[in-house]
Write a protein that binds this ligand. Structure first.
Ligand code: COS
Length: 381
């Protein structure tokens, strides 16, 4: 299997790397410190076509597939994890609408999300429905008189939820049926009955804004039902399969950058009369970091290749996300350790990268849930 990049993919990587260095890196520390969403940088991502990756050109998208998403997201993550998370999570909504939407829904919503400058969001999680995604309590009741669904409930931990123009949300249409009673809806910012509550203060990826969403008698036209009524759980799971490869890409990017910084620092830092890079203890750290990261990259590329080839990738998406997330924590921890006291200080980016990396073990499915998914695939349900 050959994972070398095509000419177009190599150009995308170069463009993403340049954008990350010139636009994302200079504000990464500031948006972390101020917990502020990088509005201008998102607008620049739109202009360069990143927000349309994986979406057909007829809908204003940039084309490409999962590997293109991995390339862009991991380049962003090298310089600013919050921006990488913003792009990766934004893409879930347009991809879900492209995969499951009607022709009208695609025409109406996709151009807004690809080239129109609007942020997308994906709202599944609730206070009591995290790993147990079927535990959603938000309900959608069909009103025959108006051909609308009336939605009531609360979502939490929704990335970009307070800013998004178009959101894919999940509600129970037949609560007694559990996974077979959930439906997906497309909603828009400003719809009466849709407000947001608390904006979270977080350990890391602070520039990626995380909100509570509140639905109070939110009336959504039946035309905004995404996929079939009661078919929402599978839409959520399929969207998450793809999203998990995006998280693996975030983890990969931050790990690669941490290794590069650790190598550079160890060559410059002189202790006991020589650069610490000459110490075998440091070399062994670097060797472990590089080996594990290379393994993580291959799992991620393989999962992306399966997805782009139209093959089943549920297990591989879980594997690559689970593995890359653990690796990102391992690598950022050792890179910080190599930097010693300097690594702990905000003058260096390592302490931010270490905090940012942690989220990859939690969101879009915890490490533990991924082990459940992997074990089910390997051992049979
Ligand atoms: N891809 C495609 N289909 C999937 C799937 C996946 N990853 N996971 C489950 N399904 C399908 C199952 O095959 C099953 O289909 P049938 O009804 O045709 O048999 C259906 O969905 C129900 O699945 P299951 O019975 O396994 O549901 P459970 O309630 O046991 O939950 C887990 C399954 C735990 C895997 C699911 O709840 C999950 O992924 N949780 C994590 C949620 C998450 O990632 N949250 C983060 C939100 S975004 S920050």
């Amino acid at each position: 299997m050959d994972f070398s990049l095509t000419k177009e993919q190599a150009m995308l990587k170069k463009l993403a790397a340049q954008f990350a260095e010139e636009e994302l890196e200079p504000v990464a520390a500031e948006i972390d410190e101020t917990h502020s969403f990088p509005v201008e940088n998102f607008a620049k991502m739109v202009k360069l076509g990143f927000t349309g990756i994986g979406v057909k050109e007829e809908y204003g998208g940039a084309g490409g597939g999962m590997l293109e998403k991995v390339i862009a997201v991991s380049e962003f993550a090298k310089k600013c994890m919050a921006s990488a998370a913003t792009l990766s999570i934004h893409l879930i909504a347009p991809h879900a609408i492209q995969d499951f939407g009607t022709a009208e829904q695609k025409e109406k919503f996709l151009p807004r999300l690809t080239c129109g400058g609007e942020l997308g969001a994906f709202a599944l999680t609730e206070p009591n429905a995290g790993s147990d995604a079927a535990g959603v309590k938000t309900v959608a009741v069909y009103d025959e008189a108006t051909d609308e669904y009336v939605i009531n409930g609360t979502k939490c931990f929704i990335s970009g939820g307070a800013r998004a123009g178009v959101l894919v949300i999940f509600a129970m249409t037949e609560p007694k049926l559990g996974t077979k009673g959930m439906s997906a809806f497309i909603i828009e910012k400003g719809m009466p009955g849709f407000t947001y509550g608390k904006i979270e203060s977080k350990l890391g990826i602070r520039g990626s804004e995380t909100a509570e969403l509140v639905f109070e008698d939110l009336r959504v036209p039946a035309a905004n039902l995404l996929g079939k009524k009661n078919g929402g759980f599978k839409i959520a799971m399929k969207a998450l399969n793809a999203a998990r490869i995006g998280v693996a890409a975030q983890a990969q990017g931050v790990a690669d950058e941490a290794i590069a910084l650790a190598v550079q620092y160890s060559k410059e830092r002189v202790q006991f009369g020589k650069p610490i890079a000459a110490l075998q203890g440091i070399q062994w750290y670097i060797a472990d970091m590089a080996t594990r990261s290379e393994a993580a990259r291959n799992l991620t590329y393989h999962a992306a290749w399966l997805a782009d080839s139209g093959k089943d990738f549920v297990c591989e998406a879980a594997m690559c996300k689970y593995n890359a997330a653990i690796n990102a924590r391992f690598v950022t921890n050792l890179a910080l350790q190599i930097h010693g006291g300097y690594g702990y200080m905000q003058d260096y980016p390592l302490e931010r990268m270490y905090r940012d990396a942690k989220i990859t073990e939690i969101y879009e499915g915890t490490a533990e849930i991924h082990k459940v998914v992997i074990a089910r695939a390997v051992m049979g349900k």
